[in-house]
Design a protein around this ligand. Structure first.
Ligand code: NAD
Length: 295
């Protein structure tokens, strides 16, 4: 699997493209937005500089990685010769169904189609294609070049052959793949999102402030960052979308999103990517602004 196409060049797409390109794959990076593509190339460049400064890669590795990436705004051109497509577009069911219908039409019949979705059913996505056996979840973690895990999600129709190929490929990227079955939230988000939601309820009910909640979980549970800051990094819109999938998928009220999270997303406060979430990231200042509203 030499030629890889990544669809969507946001937070995850740029990291996935970076990782495959660093390991010698030819990568086509596709996005509907020119602006997102140039931002993605800037981010990849900056992250490669960081790796060079740390001594984990050389200047030559950096140039080779950048040379392996080509950008496209047209999906059909971007996937024409791909052996594997990894979709990392926005977390929206209708959008993903449309993209996979197009991928089925535009790619080689033997190409594997993967989604980096955090929570949408791989089985449902696969059903709009004529190659369910070759559709699979490849759930990378943020930041992709750093995080070791790839949660490999087997849809109802995913074949053993497809699963084995994706497990082997992930290991070659120096990642640790774990195969799981396709149920709402898979494993990672089924466990993580209720914790984040509970942290938001704890804030909403005035039990403690943003910094206090994050400090308890960092120092008390040895988490590298608190759940509210993690939610800001993931994107509050993404967290809300995942909670809705869990809520709908299991029909259990324990997954109902906290009204504070719903309000923040409606107000456009999506976390790091919008400059403000539970913390304010404007001008590089991290300040728990929401905390003030509840003190
Ligand atoms: N953010 C995380 O920490 C995280 C972690 C794991 C998985 N995911 C999943 O990865 C996917 C992407 O999330 P993200 O955080 O990178 O989102 P994002 O909002 O940062 O980026 C999404 C990108 O998709 C592009 N896009 C929208 N429609 C498109 C289309 N039709 N064709 C091509 N590109 C299109 C947008 O222009 C944008 O650049 C989602 O499914 C999300 O659930 C996110």
């Amino acid at each position: 699997m030499k030629k890889i196409t990544v669809v969507g060049s946001g937070t995850m797409g740029n990291g996935i493209a970076h990782t495959f390109a660093q390991f010698g794959h030819e990568v086509n990076l596709v996005d509907v937005s020119d602006n997102a593509l140039s931002k993605a190339l800037g981010t990849i460049n900056k992250n490669l500089d960081r790796q060079v400064a740390k001594g984990t890669i050389t200047e030559a590795d950096k140039s080779n990685t950048l040379a392996n990436i080509t950008i496209f705004t047209d999906l059909k051109n971007g996937v024409a010769d791909a052996d594997l497509v990894i979709e990392a577009a926005s977390e929206n069911l209708d959008l993903k169904l449309k993209i996979f219908k197009d991928l089925d039409a535009f790619t080689k019949p033997e190409a594997i189609l993967a989604s980096n979705t955090s929570s949408i059913s791989i089985t449902r996505i696969a059903a709009v294609t004529g190659r369910g056996d070759k559709v699979i979840g490849m759930h990378f973690m943020n930041p992709v070049p750093v995080m070791k895990l790839v949660e490999v999600i087997r849809g109802y129709a995913s074949s053993d052959e497809t699963t084995n190929k994706i497990m082997e490929l992930s290991a070659k990227l120096d990642k640790v793949p774990v195969a799981v079955n396709d149920y709402p939230g898979f494993v990672a988000n089924r466990i993580l999102m209720p914790m984040i939601n509970e942290a938001i309820f704890t804030l909403h009910e005035g039990v403690a402030g943003v910094e206090e909640i994050d400090t308890v979980m960092k120092l008390g549970m040895a988490h590298p960052m608190g759940p509210l800051q993690l939610a800001d990094f993931i994107g509050l819109d993404v967290c809300l979308a995942i909670l809705r999938v869990l809520h709908d998928g299991f029909g259990n009220p324990k997954y109902a999103p906290c009204p504070l999270l719903v309000n923040m997303v409606m107000a456009g406060n999506k976390g790091v990517k919008s400059g403000e979430g539970f913390y304010n990231y404007a001008n590089g200042v991290k300040e728990a602004t929401v905390a003030k509203k509840f003190s």
